[in-house]
Design a protein around this ligand. Sequence first.
Ligand code: FAD
Length: 375
Amino acid sequence: MKKFDFVVVGGGIFGCYSALYLARKGASVLLLEKENRLFQKASLVNQARLHSGYHYPRSVATAALSDEHKQRFTTEHKAFVNDHFEKFYAIDRFGSLTDALQFERFCDYLNIRCERVSAHPLFNFHRLEALYRTEEHSFDPVKLGEYYSTQVNASSAISLSLQSSIIHARPQGNAWAMQIQQQGGVVTEVESPVVINATYAALNGVNRVFQLPELAVTHEISEIAMLRSAAFADKGLTVMDGPFGSIMPFGLSGWLSLSSVAYTHHKISYEALPRFECQTADVPDCRPEAPGICTECPNRPVSSAPKMLAQMQQYFSDQVQFDHLFSWFTIKTKLKASHIDDGRPTEISKLSNRPDYYCLFSGKINSIYEIEKML
Ligand SMILES: Cc1cc2nc3c(=O)[nH]c(=O)nc-3n(C[C@H](O)[C@H](O)[C@H](O)COP(=O)(O)OP(=O)(O)OC[C@H]3O[C@@H](n4cnc5c(N)ncnc54)[C@H](O)[C@@H]3O)c2cc1C
């Protein structure tokens, strides 16, 4: 039976950051990842928005928290942040859940830049009630993944086990005794006084193995479409707030990421586990208890990029055209409570004491530092 100070389950940014943080404090950490490489799910397939608060006019708490961590995240990940593009926010003239006055008061309250633009050749003001020049950056998920993989591999205090999942766990005194299944069905036994579940879409599946309570969440198979545009390079637009969308630089890649509230989400599962009808027998690597990599799945949805583009195109003048390059898919998990205010809190629940068990649910990338408050 191998012993570790901590077992961290999940090799996205939250699991990697937790493992590195603990290792730097002198702890021995076992980091388990179901796939054959790190950073393949939500930490890779997202809109790469380094949230400054603008996105949450209906959740001041989420907005304030975004701003709290933005500066530190930017400083510590400087090489992977794109801070040299022009970012606009706009309010649709029709059917928005916020209006210009509300948005201006909200930005004023948060003390974030919001300058009204009354004319601009790239935008269609017949559709826009208001357009604002703001300050928002994006991070590069591909480069972040490379960086965290290198850091994890270089740490002598972290034992990384890929293609591994916990199949059985029980308390044994003040520690968890666990069986870990690795590639080829090999089962090993490990023991640790603390387990951290950072598996995002799979968090309830892992909680079940430990017979611990589940979080009330929903799951959506989501698409991020990548675009290129000559006229709109180095610029971003987010139209608020309701069934609208966003086009903005995907970190330093040279691509623009596109998402729209109406079409990004293909299928929704309201169950505790992400159960979808595409999880058929021919994709054994994807089950509700442990979902797979949607982009690589033969059953992934047909792209909605043409519909998303048609929707977003209405906000631009005729001189702005976009080409769809490709799309990535993943499961987006949301707390059911977020439905009320569209907030994206990061929730850390301690579900067991001695042995300890923490369940991390992350609302956005730059809230990784919340982990430090907990540990
Ligand atoms: C479509 C979309 C758009 C988003 N846009 C933004 C944005 O613009 N800005 C922002 O800040 N945030 C955004 N987010 C949120 C952000 O991406 C997530 O909060 C964050 O990436 C979650 O990181 P994580 O490490 O918790 O999860 P993940 O990156 O999903 O990592 C979880 C890991 O756990 C592994 N795993 C699962 N089950 C097991 C198991 N049983 N055993 C071992 N390993 C397992 C998975 O394979 C995966 O590697 C977005 C999310 C989505 C889905």
